[in-house]
Design a binder for this molecule. Structure first.
Ligand SMILES: [Ca+2]
Ligand SMILES: [Ca+2]
Ligand SMILES: [Ca+2]
Ligand SMILES: [Ca+2]
Length: 268
């Protein structure tokens, strides 16, 4: 009995000391992980704080003080922005006509997208703010998730607008359906894409095709007949198509490359 008790006692002691060692080791590992996390966290935090600080300071035109005059022209940043002038150019240049950091995004859009007007690559991911915004990517994150993109077509003005996050970035002349073959109006989505679609109804090529959800209609480049004849660019601005929305050479490719299936199209 005593023997049994003693062996049990020593066995328990051994288990206890083993547990003790495991405890020490895991707390050491845990402490290391905790420490690493704190360091990473602090780094991220300070990075975010820096971005928030620089955005607040520069984008809002020094709301904290009326005195900040970045370009030294005698007018405060706040006053210039309020009057639509760039606070980053000592000449009287409008916000949307100035690109202080030459990143392809004008000062006006930098304010709207909350990017740094004096830093070409606000999120330091290697892509310029302008490149990211015009391609539909978030200039404040290295994420490849696209921002919301939209196409708005106005049949009256014969213009197509390309928007990212609700901001109009580009505007192109179109040619929509003639009076007898009107382009449908309403809200649609891009349902398919083709670099060179063939119209079996009209026997012609429709380059950079973006089909929208009514079935037989789409946005495409000025059509090309099998003999190579291209509908003239002088048709742009006039409703002469069979119902599709025609875009000029260059414009069609621009839109085609940037928007994907699912992009919303509003025609009014
Ligand atoms: Ca100024
Ligand atoms: Ca810029
Ligand atoms: Ca910038
Ligand atoms: Ca970037």
């Amino acid at each position: 009995m005593l023997k049994y008790f003693l062996s049990n006692y020593f066995m328990n002691r051994r288990i206890n000391s083993l547990l003790f060692l495991v405890c020490i080791f895991s707390s050491f590992v845990f402490a290391k992980i905790t420490r690493a996390e704190i360091i990473t966290d602090a780094a991220t935090k300070s990075k975010n704080q820096y971005i928030v600080y620089s955005v607040t300071d520069q984008n809002l035109g020094a709301t904290s003080s009326d005195e900040i005059d970045t370009d030294g022209d005698g007018y405060s940043d706040q006053k210039e922005i309020k009057n639509n002038y760039s606070p980053y150019n000592s000449k009287a240049v409008k916000l949307d006509k100035n690109d202080a950091d030459k990143d392809g995004l004008n000062d006006s859009l930098e304010l709207k997208f909350k990017t740094d007007p004096l830093n070409p690559d606000s999120d330091s991911d290697g892509y310029k703010d302008g490149e990211e915004v015009y391609w539909g990517y978030n200039p404040l994150s290295s994420s490849t998730k696209k921002l919301s993109q939209q196409i708005i077509i106005n049949l009256k003005t014969q213009k197509l607008k390309y928007l990212v996050s609700g901001q109009v970035l580009k505007e192109f002349l179109i040619s929509s359906g003639k009076a007898s073959m009107k382009t449908p109006t309403g809200s649609f989505k891009v349902i398919n894409k083709s670099k060179k679609a063939w119209s079996s109804a009209y026997k012609l090529w429709m380059p950079y095709w973006l089909g929208f959800s009514t079935g037989s209609y789409g946005i495409h480049e000025l059509p090309v007949w099998p003999n190579g004849y291209r509908e003239g660019e002088n048709h742009l601005g006039k409703p002469v198509s069979h119902g599709c929305v025609r875009l000029g050479i260059g414009a069609a490719q621009y839109i085609y490359e940037r928007v994907g299936v699912g992009t919303s199209i509003l025609i009014n």
